[in-house]
Design a protein around this ligand. Sequence first.
Ligand code: ADP
Ligand code: MG
Length: 453
Amino acid sequence: MNTNAHYSPKEALEYLLAHGAVRYSKDGQVTHLPCSLVPWRPPQGFVGETEDISPLYTDLYHKVAQDDDFLHTELEKARKADEFIERLFQAKAKEAGEKPSLYLNRNDCMPAKLPDGTHWPKQVEMNLMASALGEASSVVFRMHRFLGQHENIRLKENYAGKTLARALADGYRAIDGKGVILFLIPVGEVSVFDQRILESRMVEEYGIPTVRASLEELGEEGELHGGELYFRGHQVSIAYFRAGYAPHHYSDESAWTARNLIEESSAVSVPSARTQLANTKLIQLVLSSQSVLERFVSKEVAQRLARSCVGFSKIDEEFTDFEGRVATGREHALKHPDRWVLKPHREGGGNNFFGARLVSKLESMTSEEADAYILMEKINQSVFDSVRMVEGQAIPCRCVTEMGFFATAYYPGPTSGPDFNRAEGYLLRTKDESMDEGLVLGGFSFLDAAVVI
Ligand code: ADP
Ligand code: MG
């Protein structure tokens, strides 16, 4: 490939630093986020469909999260096998009556190569919690637009940072918020800058006050007065989680106290415990069947969503593969480890098992432990050329990618339709084909921008 065609790393670096697409490095320095130096050319139809199905997924998950019977039935075994899920059920049980629901989601899809050679979005996962890097991915889109100003390239617009801020502000107004938006942040977070921009937008662009805290701080200092949540003298109208998706974010009981306090109070939790339960991988597995989808959405929508799903299997239940072979998920995956991903009920990246690690994990897993995992068919992509910039250096690479549209919505009550439900702006994470996981902050992938085809 012609690697001279990409933008100058120095110019790209300066743009990222000037606009805050940065992170802390291990030694406490500030460095740029990895990004592409050439935009991605998506296959025909992929971007439009990924964008269009994202609000449909938000609506689906909203309905699933309100369905207590469904959550309890489908997660009954998982909560026995997985303490984290059990704790979320305990938090849900504290819920104070019916509350509005506010979502700042991201629907991650990959351009799967179909047998006929065309490409179609297949969902990796829906994120209903702590959907990050909206601000940084808008900066990378703007960087490409700026550096390519004299070239004849049209890019898919990406104002994800603004979109997320607007949704948070619209939600605050819809609930007639009188207090603060509480940003819940993990201790030692390296990606604070993305959150800092969102937080300052609240104050500067919308006049909405904010406070930051860790879950532990809220657990120790949070108080309930007349059903309202107070923290350091401020009433909390919205508790916005950028922490709380991983067990290590609950370092002691005070973090769970915080989670329970939010549920017990009138504060709107983004997301609520019930939404987080709906967001487990096991529920994603159950929802990949058209008949289950039809329980929540119309037949047409169910068909469309089912088309975006790959095959899933529980570890010790039977699964029929595309060649018609019936075997347990475990048997299929041990026979063809390159065709499967083994996933625990965890969010935040770096938890999944691929290839040889999948094999050794499955070989040693008891049937009780297996209830805490699912198997998902690996999405097969066409590899393309790109150039990434890491630590200021341009590195040509053979890549695959993952695109997630941010989808925001507000529902005044559990059974009401949405006041708004929209998809605007995206996170595009491209990575070297040799990488299994896709975490930008884990150094696995880099931020990218999409060309309009
Ligand atoms: P997490 O909740 O940790 O983000 P994901 O389900 O998004 O978990 O998986 C993490 C990463 O692993 C994804 O971003 C993607 O790069 C890779 N991955 C997950 N599922 C698949 C799959 N079915 N096919 C190919 N890659 C996958
Ligand atoms: Mg993910």
